[in-house]
Design a protein around this ligand. Sequence first.
Ligand SMILES: *[C@@H]1O[C@H](CO)[C@@H](O)[C@H](O)[C@H]1NC(C)=O
Ligand SMILES: *[C@@H]1O[C@H](CO)[C@@H](O)[C@H](O)[C@H]1NC(C)=O
Ligand SMILES: *[C@@H]1O[C@H](CO)[C@@H](O)[C@H](O)[C@H]1NC(C)=O
Length: 593
Amino acid sequence: MRSLRPLGQWLTSPRVRAVARIAAFAILAIAGILLAVLFIHRGLLPVVAWLIPALRLPFLDFAVYGPYPTQQFVSFDLHAPKPWRTLWDKSCDGGQIFIGPNGPSVTDSGPVITDTNGELIWMTHEYNTVMNFDMQSYRGKDYLTFWTGNKTGSNGRGEMLMLDSNYKVAYRIQAVGGENRGDIHEFRLTDDNTALIAVYNHTQADLRSWPGFRPSDGWLVDGLFQEIDVETNELLFEWRAINHFDPINNYYFDPFGGYFESHPYDYYHLNSIAKDSKGNYLISSRHFHHIAYIEGKTGNVLWTLGGHSKDFKDLSHGKATEHQWQHNARWVDEEKGILSFMDNGAAGPLHVDAPCSKGTMVQLDTENMTATLLHSYVSPNKVRAASQGNLQVINDDQVLVGWGATAAYTEFTMDGTPLCEVHYSAGLLFWFERWKSYRVHRHFGWVGKPDWPPSARVKGGRVYVSWNGATEVKFWELQGVKKEGGKWESVETTEKQGFEDSFALPSKAEFVHYRIAALDSEKNVLHHSEPAQPEGGLGWAAGVAIGVAVVAVLSICAWYGVRHWARRRREGRNLFTWEYKELFGQDYQYSRL
Ligand SMILES: *[C@@H]1O[C@H](CO)[C@@H](O)[C@H](O)[C@H]1NC(C)=O
Ligand SMILES: *[C@@H]1O[C@H](CO)[C@@H](O)[C@H](O)[C@H]1NC(C)=O
Ligand SMILES: *[C@@H]1O[C@H](CO)[C@@H](O)[C@H](O)[C@H]1NC(C)=O
C-alpha cells in the first residue's frame, strides 16, 4: 500500500491535473467538431441540396457524400454500388445494367446486375474480380459470361465462365496450348456456337533494333486469339499478332519493357475480337491504335484501320482514322460497313493524347477503301478513360458508352446527343481509377432463378427480406407460426419494391417465428426463406451501453472543463496562460514568445 503513495501524489500533482483539464477540453473540442461535421454533412448539406437542386451534382462530384458510395442491406451482406444520375431521359429506363466493379475502393468486387434505377438484382464476390461481365446467348439460352482468374496489372491468366439462370457454372472455357491462359480482354460467344477468347502469351524476340539497348532474346507479350468449341473446349482457330505485325511499330512507351521475362513488352494489347457472318474476325489493338480485319480461313490481315495504316482514305479529314488506345471494335452493320468502338485517347499518365474519350461510329467502303466518321459520342462531363471501355448499340435509336477505368456510363441518341449519364464515384476522383468496370452493358430480359432461399433478418422490430439474383419475385408474404412446429400462417403480403423490402412485425407477440415467402406475379410461392432469426438483444444493449458511456464521458469533461474555465476567469488568466503555471512551474511571460 505504501508503494502506491507516490502514485497518488503524482496523480494529484498540479501538472497532472493540468494535463487532465487540457484533455477534457480536447475531448470536448473533438466531439464538437465531429458533431458540427455530422450536422453539416447529414443535416445542412442535404437541406441545401434539396433547396437548390443545381447543387446536387457538384456535391456528388466533390465527394460530399463520400467518394464511392455503396448501398448496404440488413438481409444481405455485400456492399452494392450506388450509382447516381447526372443526366436522365426516360428512354434509358428499363432493362438491366451489367457491370463488373473492381479497383482499390471496391470492397466486394465481382459481377453486378442492377436495374436502370441502380436497384441491385444480383451480385457475388465468389469469383473475386471478374472482367468482361456480360449476358450472351448460346444455343438460344441466356448465360452470364465473364473472365475469372489472376489479374496482374492490365492483363490476366484465368478462364471464362458461363452461368445459367440458376447461377450455376454451365460451361468453363480455357485457353488451349502449353501455358496459355484466358486473358481478361475478350470473351465473345459467336453465332457458330463457339467462343472467342484473348490470350496474352509471353514470347521471345530479337529487340536489338529497338531503342534502349534491348537484348537479342528480349521478351514480348504477344496478342493471340483463339476460337474454341464451347462444348468440347477444342481449339478451332488461333491467330497471333507477331506473325502479321512488326512489334516495333507499336505506340506504347514502356521504358522498362522487354529486358526481362518478368516485365515483357506489351507491344500489341489485343482488346477485342468479334466474328462476322463471313467468318472473318474484327479485332482491336490498343498499342497499335488499329482495328484489324482478319480473314477466317487463312488468318491473313485483309485491312487495318487507324494507327500506321494507310489502307483507308479518310473522308472525314482524319477523324475516321485518328483513334488512339481504342477498345471494343464491333460491327454495327456488316452490309453497310459500319463499325463502332470506344476511342480512349489516353492510356495512363504517359499517354494523354486527347482531351476526352469518345465513342465512335465509322463507315467503311471496303471496295473503294474509304472511311467516313458517322458519329462521335462525347460525355457531357467530358469523361476521359485511360483504359478499358466499350460501346454498345442498344437499338436503332440509342447507344451506350461504358467509360471503363472511369466510373461512369453514358447513353446517347444514335447521332450523338447525350441522353443519360450515370456515375459510380465522385467525378473529382475519376482520374484515380479506384472504381472501374471493364465494360458496361444494358440488356433486357435476364431471368435469374437462384436455387438458394430468400434471406430474411429481423432488425429494429422489422423483418427485412431480399433474394439475391431472383428476377421473378413480385410479392413478399410475411408468414408466422404460433408455436414450435406449428402451421405457418400468412400475416401480410406486400409488393416487391426494391432489392430489399421489409415488414413491421406485429406488435402483439402472437408468433414465435417468422419467415418470408417469395411470390411470383400469380402469387405462387417460388421459395420460402429460412425462419428469420429474432434480433439478438446484445447488439441493441451494446449500442445503448456505448451511447451511455459517450454521454457520461462528455458530461464529465464538460463539468470538469466548465468549472476550471470559471475559476481561471476569476483568476484573470486567459486561454494561453490557463494551465501554464501548473505545467511549467512558473508564470507565463509574453516576452517568451
Ligand atoms: C491463380 O493463381 C493461383 C496461385 O498461383 C493458382 O493456384 C490458381 O490456379 C490461379 N487461378 C487460375 C484461374 O488460373
Ligand atoms: C505461349 O504459347 C505457346 C504456344 O501456344 C505455349 O506453348 C506456351 O506455353 C505459351 N506461353 C505462355 C507463357 O503462356
Ligand atoms: C465506289 O466508288 C464508285 C465510284 O465513285 C461508286 O460508284 C461505288 O458505288 C463505290 N462503292 C461503294 C461500295 O460505295
